[in-house]
Design a protein around this ligand. Structure first.
Ligand code: DC
Length: 230
């Protein structure tokens, strides 16, 4: 039996980080934590309670009222996000107000401290896959395996467009690409915990990799780690 490790996955929006993280957690029987969902749920709370997201003091004051956890749908076996006892999974994904406010909220230091503490507690017993923007750099700088996922912007935009169209939303490739580029810029230029590749992270460009090939590649990395540790 392989000793449980921490797998930190970082990368740009719409690179397939969550897909890979879910596949890995399933194969290794690990916990999976989607940190983007935590930033989204926190943002939803602020919007619902009419807290001005442009006032970091007001946002900081609200944090003690926010509880975020994850549940498992027994039928679909899919994880969902819980905000103060309520399943908010669909809302945090489709509410456009959340999508546009989350970058402003996730740039605030008090918010990051609050969520990073919880994320570190989730990883205390290892056996976890966590994805986000600062997992290998801030949340788990000592993670045994760090991955940095990239893909060509046009390919990410096309994947995102397909996803939105599947959900019945109408938009264009140009619009999706512009939105991705805006988010990339905000994620990489914010002062606190900008998205960057940790020095010891392994970069995977999945532009031309199938999901299965990507998974196999990472499972091999996990195996190698364990062999080296023996
Ligand atoms: O991965 P996502 O698109 O669901 O993330 C939503 C937002 O949260 C995105 O604007 C980046 C931010 N985020 C972050 O700042 N740090 C993380 N660890 C995860 C997400």
């Amino acid at each position: 039996m392989l000793a449980p490790i921490i797998i930190a996955i970082d990368g740009y929006s719409s690179c397939g980080k969550s897909t890979l993280a879910i596949q890995l957690a399933e194969r290794l029987s690990y916990k999976y934590v989607d940190t983007g969902a935590m930033y989204r749920a926190l943002t939803l709370y602020l919007l619902k309670n009419q807290i001005d997201i442009h006032h970091p003091d007001m946002v900081a004051e609200a944090l003690s009222n926010i509880q975020i956890s994850f549940g498992l749908n027994e039928i679909t076996q899919k994880q969902y996000t819980i905000l103060n006892g309520e399943n908010v999974e669909d809302e945090i994904r489709i509410n456009p107000r959340v999508a546009s406010a989350v970058s402003v909220v996730s740039a605030q230091s008090e918010v990051r401290k609050f969520l990073v503490n919880q994320q570190q507690a989730f990883g205390a017993t290892k056996g976890i896959v966590m994805d986000g923007r600062d997992i290998g750099t801030v949340v788990f700088p000592n993670a045994e395996l760090k991955l940095f996922i990239t893909a060509e912007p046009m390919i990410r935009a096309q994947r995102r467009l397909d996803e939105l169209q599947e959900k019945g939303q109408h938009t264009t490739l140009e619009e999706v690409l512009a939105n991705l580029q805006k988010r990339d810029l905000m994620d990489t230029t914010r002062a606190d915990s900008p998205l960057l590749k940790a020095a010891d992270a392994i970069e995977i460009d999945n532009s031309y990799l199938s999901r299965q090939d990507q998974l196999n590649k990472v499972l091999q990395l996990v195996k190698n780690l364990n062999q080296n540790a023996q």
